[in-house]
Design a protein around this ligand. Structure first.
Ligand code: ADE
Ligand code: ZN
Length: 333
């Protein structure tokens, strides 16, 4: 058996749950703060990393939104996205569907087009220079009112060819999916695909209502579905993809220990689970490190890791013929 790290790298993979703002490495955060003449509450990289001790999702979000303040110009958004894409290249990610939170930026006066143009030009360059394809996802912040999500969607419509889907993220508890039922219906009517975070910290009921009311193509996280046998059966019957993020789940205390993670049990029961990094700069690893953690802590076999890579392609928004050819490549690793 080859070295497992090499095996994981060599598997062609898609990443389907990645917040671009969550790929802001401490080094780039400091560089952008200097470039934009902003002061940070941290003196150096060690101080930034020391702040990354989270008790729950909200602890993390408070620091993550503060970090995003250094992103100001189109070049900043390009550099952020390009840095992430270089990691994709190193780790065998051949296709990515990253998301971004426009409201985090527009609410502090950064024009929407600055954000989306910086991101889009890096994604285009990755296709030509790195051979990595991508579709972008525009996420609404669920701690803000639905009206604000509608305004964001309106603002984004002139750029409709630059994103494929809408998403829903931020603080889950107390912000159930039904709060966004109308704006998701509008996005669907405009022809966008849809994904939403559900069942990360929130209960299985939020996964049910995300499926029933938001009409999503995938659930981001979804790990708490494991607590509800009837919901598990639905996920299996309908092959609803879950974009699971193992290192995120342990860092945000969704699971105490990686050995307790239920992704392997879900995979073995036939749920369409995939592996993703969520906010890699904050959680200690990009997608390959997430696969590696499952190998080390859950003793996943090469065949199971290969199945996870196949699932990532199946659950993507790629055309079927492209999916088929990448899956053949995965099977021959
Ligand atoms: N925004 C960035 N990462 C997130 C996560 N794991 N859950 C909800 N919102 C997020
Ligand atoms: Zn997420």
């Amino acid at each position: 058996m080859k070295n497992m790290t090499d095996f994981i790298t060599q598997l062609p993979k898609a990443e389907l749950h990645l917040h671009l703002e969550g790929s802001l490495e401490p080094e780039l955060m400091l560089k952008l703060a200097q470039r934009n003449k902003l002061s940070l509450p941290y003196d150096d990289i060690a101080a930034i990393k020391a702040a990354y001790e989270f008790g729950n999702l909200q602890d993390f979000l408070d620091i993550y939104y503060q970090g995003a303040n250094v992103l100001q110009t189109e070049q900043d958004f390009f550099d952020l996205t390009w840095g992430y894409l270089l990691r994709c290249k190193e780790q065998g990610v051949v296709h990515t569907e990253p998301c971004f939170d426009p409201q985090t930026h527009t609410d502090r006066g950064i024009p929407f087009q600055v954000v989306i143009n910086g991101i889009s030009s890096a994604l285009k360059q990755a296709q030509t220079q790195l051979g990595i394809s991508s579709y972008l996802i525009l996420s609404f912040l669920r701690h803000l009112p639905e009206e604000a999500a509608f305004e964001t969607l309106e603002m984004a419509l002139p750029y409709r060819d630059q994103f494929i889907a809408v998403g829903l993220d931020s603080s889950e508890m107390g912000h159930p999916p039904e709060k966004f039922q109308r704006v998701f219906a509008k996005a669907r009517a405009e022809g966008f695909k849809a994904v939403a975070h559900a069942g990360e910290e929130g209960p299985p009921e939020y996964v049910w209502s995300t499926l029933d009311l938001l009409n999503v193509d995938r659930i981001d996280h979804g790990v708490r579905a494991y607590e509800d046998a009837e919901l598990m059966q639905r996920l299996i019957d309908e092959q609803v993809p879950l974009t699971v993020c193992p290192l995120s789940n342990t860092r945000l205390k969704v699971f105490t220990d990686m050995a307790d993670h239920t992704i392997l049990k879900m995979l073995e029961q036939g749920v369409m689970v995939t592996v993703n990094s969520d906010d890699p700069a904050y959680f200690g690893g990009y997608v390959a490190e997430n696969y590696q953690a499952l190998y080390e802590s859950l003793e996943m076999t090469p065949a199971q890791l290969q199945q996870l890579a196949i699932n990532s392609i199946k659950a993507s928004f790629l055309p079927q013929d492209t999916k088929n050819s990448i899956i053949l490549q995965i099977e021959s690793v």
